[in-house]
Design a protein around this ligand. Structure first.
Ligand code: PA5
Length: 462
């Protein structure tokens, strides 16, 4: 199986005008990485980084495979109810491993595996549109919530449960639910245990945005026929590759050190992830959450609280060459671009030779759509380099389960290694708490006072 490669040549001087000097790698970035690695190693020893063990969790994987086999026989549709780290991984795996139009394909084209839907946002229009499309008697609802308390997910569960009780009857409804939640705590666990529902436990030390390789992402992917064995073996290979304490052989360490240096040393605070493959668009969105929620925090600096963290931005090549590229080339020098390129695009489409008399078309004939996309990535990376804009490329041998497992683990480890560099804890998200409490108050949750929302001066409303 082939390994993914990180090419960061376009970060480095003299190739990149004004880039990182090779000596800076050894004198600045390597020592910073070494101290970050010692913090991360201590976290690992304390049992905080459960995601690193997921590729080896064979009992949990066996249970996932067993349930997935059962569900694929009994259901035509699987609907995940979850949000944030409890939905973005499943969406990324669906798009990368099942392909762009999975749900529109006929049962035969899908090899009779179920369709896979994700309801994350509690938007009533999306909810109704989906419910109008599916047969509740042939649908499994996988309710995914680590805390078992998230308002959006709990509300969707209540609505769906009522609907199922009416549609298939309260006796049959329970067999249409699978709860993926904390092994011991939370309202979902309480309901699931009281009603004898099927449940998949989440390890205590795996938080939402690091949970894609747990039952959170694995169950829906496996039920739809994705090769979760290859996904996990790719992840295991990357996990072992990133144990090394030498910066120049540790791809996650190199990525973390370069991106942190670009942000705090060069003012390049915006980190764009731009895959050149539609199937990886949702992986970029998954990374956006991982990088933002893990690193955007208050840190303490000389006894003073300071905001810190990069701003991730998900993009897509070549589509965003016609949207963001102008800004990336000539706008403020506050961005770096992390491309993802695919060596083997799989089933390619040849471009026929027609209109040899028209220059704007004739050069395309004899190439392929995959070849065009690959050339566009090379050209864009080079154009950015010539403009002095740092960029790196993660090369995937192919968009398959093994490569995706490597990529996911690479980005997760880079995130926890970046955290000590920023001086933050990657596993918490204290900044989202106030908004949650205010929502509870507005929705009348027991014990939470109705909040006073600061009045807006009518002059400022048009
Ligand atoms: O990454 C995270 O921790 C969050 O994005 C959570 O996944 C999200 O808030 C949903 O939480 P829960 O899984 O508890 O419903």
């Amino acid at each position: 199986m082939k390994a993914i490669r990180l090419d960061y040549g376009n970060f480095m001087a003299p190739r990149l005008p004004g880039g990182v000097e090779p000596t800076e790698l050894s004198t600045l970035l390597a020592p910073a990485f070494e101290s970050a690695l010692s913090v991360v190693s201590a976290w690992r020893e304390q049992g905080r980084l459960g995601f690193l063990d997921l590729p080896y969790a064979s009992d949990s994987v066996a249970r996932v495979a067993e349930l997935a086999g059962r569900y694929r026989e009994s259901f035509d549709d699987i609907v995940v109810l979850g949000i944030g780290g409890s939905s973005l991984g499943a969406i990324a795996l669906r798009e990368a491993l099942l392909g762009p139009f999975w749900n529109q394909q006929s049962a035969g084209q899908r090899d009779h595996f179920p369709r896979l839907h994700v309801l994350d946002n509690p938007d009533p229009h999306t909810y109704r549109a989906l419910m109008n499309q599916i047969d509740p008697a042939r649908t499994l609802f996988n309710v995914v919530s680590k805390s078992g308390a998230t308002a959006e997910t709990m509300a969707q569960y209540l609505v769906v449960r009522e609907h199922l009780d009416e549609a298939v009857g309260p006796d049959h409804a329970p067999s249409h639910f699978l709860f993926t939640t904390d092994a011991a705590n939370g309202a979902l666990r309480q309901i699931g245990e009281a009603e004898g529902l099927a449940m998949l436990p989440l390890p205590d030390n795996v938080g939402g945005r690091f949970s894609v390789l747990s039952p959170v992402g694995l169950l829906p992917a496996a039920a739809c026929g994705a090769d979760i064995g290859a996904l996990l073996s790719g992840a295991a290979e990357m996990e072992s590759r990133c144990r090394g304490d030498a910066l120049d052989s540790n791809p996650a360490g190199t990525l973390a050190a370069l991106l942190h240096h670009a942000d705090t040393g060069q003012g390049r605070t915006i980190h764009v992830m731009m895959p050149y493959a539609d199937r990886l668009r949702s992986t970029a969105l998954w990374f956006q959450q991982l990088w933002a929620e893990s690193l955007g925090k208050t840190t303490s600096h000389s006894g003073e609280d300071r905001p810190t963290g990069p701003t991730p931005l998900a993009a897509l090549g070549a589509t965003d060459q016609h949207s963001l590229l102008q800004l990336l080339m000539e706008g403020p020098a506050d961005k770096v671009v992390l491309f993802i390129a695919v060596d083997d695009p799989g089933a390619d489409v040849p471009i026929p030779r027609r209109h040899s008399e028209i220059d704007a078309l004739s050069y395309l004939g004899g190439h392929s759509l995959g070849g065009l996309l690959a050339s566009e990535h090379i050209a864009t990376a080079e154009a950015l380099r010539r403009a002095g804009r740092p960029n790196a490329t993660i090369h995937l041998p192919a968009v398959d389960a093994h490569a995706l497992g490597q990529l996911i683990m690479l980005l997760e480890i880079a995130t926890v290694l970046a955290a000590p560099l920023y001086g933050v804890d990657p596993l918490d998200q204290p900044g989202v708490e106030l908004g949650k409490q205010l929502t509870y108050g507005l929705m009348g949750r027991e014990g939470v006072p109705a909040p006073e929302i600061a009045e807006v001066d009518p002059r400022w409303v048009l």
